[in-house]
Design a protein around this ligand. Structure first.
Ligand SMILES: [Zn+2]
Length: 239
């Protein structure tokens, strides 16, 4: 059986404030007000255990009793790593989207970033793609527009106080200091304030913004029929 159920209309959030959020590796998300959502680094904390279990599995004779046991233990640890990550993402996205009408974020090219070998492991561990998917579908449900700044928009280089854009800000520079107006802030907080300003200055209508941020996996196509994000499909599988 296949049911087509209309999801309830998202609430009207237009009176609520706008926020900005910088997504990254060192902190999963930094908000314009300075709130930081830590990255659980699930893989890094479990790495030694993972190595031990993988080695133990490889030493067992294929399909022996001990092999199955070791395989189950390894699968359980991998599941646990996924769960730690997913839990942190759900909690952070839930809190980030509370009490706001719009959220400015940077449109991250996760695939492009993965090409950086120095960062790829930490990036994969942070699973930013999964975080952004959750952030977007929850925003649609709650009537919050997500405003994505262009990938080349200088959210880290720009001074959020006077608008001056620095030539270069290295990854190790954790603190933003503006030589023009003297503004000082944490690097990520400065970026988040910039993204908040992008979200505030967007004059597009709510619908226009909402349409541009249809998250992957929500508006998918089934046959030739496009399913709108505010409709949910419920599958009932009968044995
Ligand atoms: Zn400045």
């Amino acid at each position: 059986m296949l049911f087509d159920v209309d999801a309830p209309e998202p609430p009207d959030t237009s009176a609520l404030p706008v926020a900005g959020c910088d997504v990254g590796i060192s902190a999963l998300a930094t908000m314009d007000d300075g709130t930081v959502y830590e990255n659980p680094r699930a893989l890094r904390t479990q790495e030694r255990k993972l190595k031990r279990l993988s080695q133990s599995l490889s030493r067992k004779q294929y399909r022996s009793g001990g092999w199955w046991k070791a395989k189950a233990l390894l699968a359980r640890l991998l599941m646990r790593i996924t769960n730690i990550r997913s839990d942190a993402h759900h909690q952070a996205t839930h809190r980030i989207l509370q009490g706001i009408s719009a959220l400015g974020i940077e449109s991250l090219s996760v695939k492009g970033l993965m090409k950086n070998r120095k960062l790829s492991k930490a990036l994969a561990d942070a699973s930013l793609g999964g975080f952004l998917v959750k952030l977007k579908y929850k925003a649609v449900r709650r009537g919050i527009s997500i405003v994505e700044a262009d990938r080349f928009w200088p959210s880290t280089k720009r001074c959020s106080s006077c608008g001056y854009v620095k030539q270069k800000v290295s990854l190790s520079e954790r603190h933003y200091h503006c030589g023009v107006c003297g503004f000082e802030a944490d690097r990520d907080v400065n970026a988040a304030i910039n993204l908040k300003q992008v979200a505030s200055s967007t004059d597009e209508t709510r619908n226009a913004v909402g349409a541009s941020v249809t998250p992957t996996g929500v508006g998918w196509t089934r046959g030739r029929r496009k399913i709108k994000p505010n409709q949910a499909l419920i599958h009932f599988a009968t044995a």
